[in-house]
Structures are given as C-alpha cells and as structure tokens.
Design a protein around this ligand. Structure first.
Ligand code: ZN
Length: 131
C-alpha cells in the first residue's frame, strides 16, 4: 500500500465499508422478498455476522437470486482483510501497486490493469469486471 497516499487509503477504506453495508442491505432485502420462510429467517442474521459467516450461511442455500451479492460480499471481505494486513492494492500476480484510479473504480481489484487483461485472455469465461 506504499504507493497510495494516506487520503487515498482512507477513501478506499470508506468505499469498501460502504460497499459492505450496501451488499448486506441488498441481500437482506432480497431474502425478505422471498416466499421461502427459511430465507426470511436468514435475513435477520445478515447484518450481524462477519463476511465469511454470511457467505457460509448463504452458501448452502439454493438461492441463485443472491449468488452474485454473496460473492461480491466475500470479495469485499477479502479486500478488507488485505487492508487490515497492509497488502491491499498490491497486484497478486506481479506484486506491483495497483493504480489508485483502478482501485477507486473497483475497490476489490486484486490484479493491476495489465495483469487483469492478461488474466482475462486466459480465463475468458469468468466475467471479472474490468475498467
Ligand atoms: Zn500485475
């Protein structure tokens, strides 16, 4: 994270925190709309537990309607963990710092732009968002 200014780090931290809250709210809303009673029971738990727990809680659920949200929440949780350990914003492939513009637009990015492009060429079907 050495390539980022303190103000940039704080901004990215806030972005991740907000995304975490938004995703939990969306998951909760979707669960509450469900016709399945069990889903509505789970909705009350989404706000209180850690990201991994939410993901585990919902992983066994046959609920394609929240799959993407749960995956995103897991990504945000991982990003915040990298944040806490000071390795956030470092490309997992080449070890270079990921540009602030890229992180601001895509706070859960784990690869720099060049490596992401390379990765997509070899993993065409994953559909990872890019800039
Ligand atoms: Zn890279």
């Amino acid at each position: 994270m050495k390539h980022l200014k303190q103000s940039q780090i704080e901004h990215l931290d806030r972005l991740l925190e907000r995304r975490d809250r938004e995703l939990r709210a969306e998951i909760r809303a979707l669960l509450l709309q469900s016709d399945v009673e069990h889903h509505r029971d789970l909705a009350g738990m989404v706000g209180d537990v850690g990201d991994e727990s939410v993901a585990n809680l919902l992983a066994d659920l046959d609920a394609a309607f929240i799959d993407r949200h749960v995956r995103d929440l897991r990504d945000v949780g991982r990003a915040r963990k990298r944040f806490a350990t000071g390795v956030y914003g470092v490309c997992t492939r080449c070890g270079q710092g990921i540009g602030y513009e890229r992180l601001a637009a895509y706070p859960t990015a784990i690869r720099c732009f060049a490596c992401e492009a390379q990765h997509e060429k070899t993993h065409v079907h994953e559909g990872t968002p890019t800039l």
